[in-house]
Design a protein around this ligand. Structure first.
Ligand SMILES: C[S@@+](CC[C@H](N)C(=O)[O-])C[C@H]1O[C@@H](n2cnc3c(N)ncnc32)[C@H](O)[C@@H]1O
Length: 319
């Protein structure tokens, strides 16, 4: 991928955001759902992807209220999302999507809880880096006065805002989308959108870092740190060696089925481990493995060795 290439929701890295939304739709439809995204099915349907994603039916109105979303108790009340219907392929295999939701559902819940904890600790500024089709500003309960910034490519944010507006969805926070390319200088755009670096912030990088070139990853972690007042928090999904992901035959089979040129999405190059970078930038870290999160939430481990062995959720605090 060239350093200036852009994408929308059905091309390049954008397609990964759609795949994650399909995983959240699948999770939301489970009777034992760990989280509920009442908009995921609708977003997947509206994208009209040339790849036939499943779970593209349903509507936000019928899929449960945003108020009730996000708790284990209330989750699962949403309407089971329907399959895309025509043109069935391996991509529409239920088992595969239930497998995907095992991890996506778990990851979403872990980071939903992270934002709930940060709100409970009095943090009123959230920044979701590479938010994709994530709908946390709409589906979580935010304390009054919370400002939520979402950063992603212009076409991705534009598609999401337009689709959710068409659904009559309204954010539960002061929602500020910031269209940027995270490979370049995005801090100035964030500040221009009203971000206040003197207030503690809860940052999230979920499904982002491996897609950045190594030097852009270094810049991003430094920029987050520069903009973080004492008391800030930073949650990161880490995949420290993407080679394991690309070598996994199940991952390859799934990305092939989705028509993704997966290897091309991960820029090559030497990387300093993210945990080392964060520690060097002053963050105090806590790490949680995927099996540990699964056990804590009463879920079996996701069936992919690559996820259980090579993905970590890291939580940083400053000050
Ligand atoms: C796997 S998706 C994850 C989306 C979201 N965090 C979620 O969990 O649903 C990756 C996202 O990273 C975004 N992304 C990757 N590189 C980016 C860049 N250089 N600038 C802006 N967004 C980027 C993509 O547009 C996409 O939305």
């Amino acid at each position: 991928m060239s350093t200036d290439q852009q994408w929308d929701i059905v091309t390049g890295v954008g397609l990964t955001a759609l795949a994650v939304a399909a995983g959240r739709a699948a999770e939301s439809a489970r009777p034992d759902a760990l989280m509920s995204d009442p908009y995921a099915s609708r977003l997947v349907a509206a994208a009209q992807s040339p790849v036939p994603f499943p779970f593209a039916g349903g509507s936000a109105e019928s899929a449960g209220s945003a108020e009730s979303a996000g708790s284990a108790e209330s989750a699962g009340s949403g309407e089971p999302a329907a399959s895309a219907g025509s043109g069935a392929t391996g991509v529409q295999d239920e088992e595969m999507w239930n497998g995907a939701s095992d991890y996506i559902g778990l990851r979403s819940r872990v980071f939903d809880d992270y934002f709930r904890d940060a709100a409970g600790a009095g943090i009123r500024q959230a920044v979701i880096l590479a938010s994709g089709l994530d709908t946390r500003p709409y589906r979580l309960s935010w304390p009054s006065g919370t400002v939520c910034f979402e950063l992603d490519q212009p076409a991705v944010l534009g598609f999401k805002s337009a689709t959710l507006a068409g659904e009559g969805a309204t954010p539960g926070c002061d929602h500020r989308p910031v269209p940027v390319d995270l490979r370049h200088d995005w801090g100035a755009a964030l500040e221009a959108a009203g971000f206040d670096a003197s207030r503690p912030t809860a940052w999230l990088a979920e499904g982002l870092l491996p897609y950045l070139p190594p030097e852009a990853e270094v810049r991003l972690l430094k920029e987050v740190s520069r903009l973080s007042a004492d008391g800030s928090r930073f949650a990161v999904e880490r995949i420290d060696d993407v080679g394991h992901l690309l070598d996994d035959p199940v991952v390859r089979e799934r990305s092939d089925a989705l028509g993704m040129d997966f290897p091309s999405l991960f820029p090559a190059g030497e990387r300093t481990p993210v945990a080392d970078q964060l520690t060097g930038l002053g963050w105090k870290l806590e790490h949680r493995t995927v099996p540990a999160s699964a056990a804590a939430l009463g879920r079996p481990e996701p069936g992919l060795a690559m996820l259980t062995d090579h993905v970590t959720h890291t939580f940083g605090r400053l000050g």
